[in-house]
Design a protein around this ligand. Structure first.
Ligand code: 13P
Length: 252
């Protein structure tokens, strides 16, 4: 079985102007040339054109942080998959806990978004993760399994083998309180096991499962070395070139 390529994905959230995005990508691209990880930056919608242009010819791929599932129509303020694809976007983050919490996104909506992203020829990065209360009450596995089960409804084995899942415990996001390597590994293994149940072992071995939640230059290596963790979805530490470089090059 071929080894899964580690992904270092930065989620900028609502940070950086289009000008700052271009400066950042220009600064990052030479530094990460030839690295072993797949490098992705998920930028705000308005930064996408400049980021794609700046990343041309480099090994940096550009992701969006959200999308609407409908092809077009009266959805004021929304952006379609075709629009993102046309700009040169490769990946789209969906189901981030901030979108679930502040914008009312449901598992069913995330499933529709995954379908639309795949139909448009892009790859979804599907986020899941439990609250601190859920962890303390011992329902983490059930909660995450349910989130992923609904998100994947109707997707083919081939599609699931190509997409990316990010396990992001909500209590670890932006708090500086990283899950231990073992806690992160345990849930990523549960997700892989679920994919094996829903599809088969071959699919489960191919799907990349990232950890997110206070990943930084100091903890990336140990986290990414766990057997079921295939990289990270990084918030705060992806906004500074030197910190993100160390995460990308965690194995060097
Ligand atoms: P932090 O790395 O800032 O904790 O954010 C994680 C995250 O939400 C990435 O999507």
């Amino acid at each position: 079985m071929a080894k899964r390529t580690i992904m270092a994905a930065g989620n900028w959230k609502m940070n950086k102007t289009p000008t700052e995005a271009v400066e950042f990508i220009n600064g990052l691209k030479d530094i990460v040339t030839g690295c072993n990880s797949e490098v992705v930056t998920a930028v705000p919608f308005v930064c996408i054109p400049g980021a794609v242009e700046a990343a041309k010819g480099s090994n940096i791929k550009i992701a969006a942080q959200n999308v609407h599932w409908e092809a077009s129509g009266a959805y004021t303020g929304e952006v379609s998959c075709e629009m993102l694809k046309d700009l040169g976007v490769d990946y789209v983050i969906i189901g981030h806990s901030e979108r679930r919490e502040y914008f009312g996104e449901t598992n069913e909506m995330i499933n529709k978004k995954a379908r639309a992203i795949l139909d448009a020829g892009m790859i979804p990065i599907i986020c899941c993760g439990e609250t601190l209360t859920q962890r303390e009450q011992g329902v983490t596995a059930e909660h995450v399994r349910y989130q992923i089960k609904v998100a994947l409804l109707g997707l083919s084995a081939q599609e699931v083998s190509e997409l990316v899942i990010a396990y992001e415990p909500i209590w670890a996001i932006g708090t500086g309180k990283t899950a231990t390597d073992e806690q992160a590994e345990e849930v990523c293994a549960i997700i892989r096991q679920l994919i094996a149940e829903l599809y088969d072992n071959d699919v489960a071995e191919k799907t990349r499962i990232l950890y997110g939640g206070s990943v930084n230059a100091g903890n990336a290596k140990a986290l990414f070395s766990m057997p079921n963790i295939d990289g990270g979805l990084v918030g705060g530490a992806s906004l500074k070139i030197d910190a993100f470089e160390k995460i990308v090059k965690h194995d060097q």
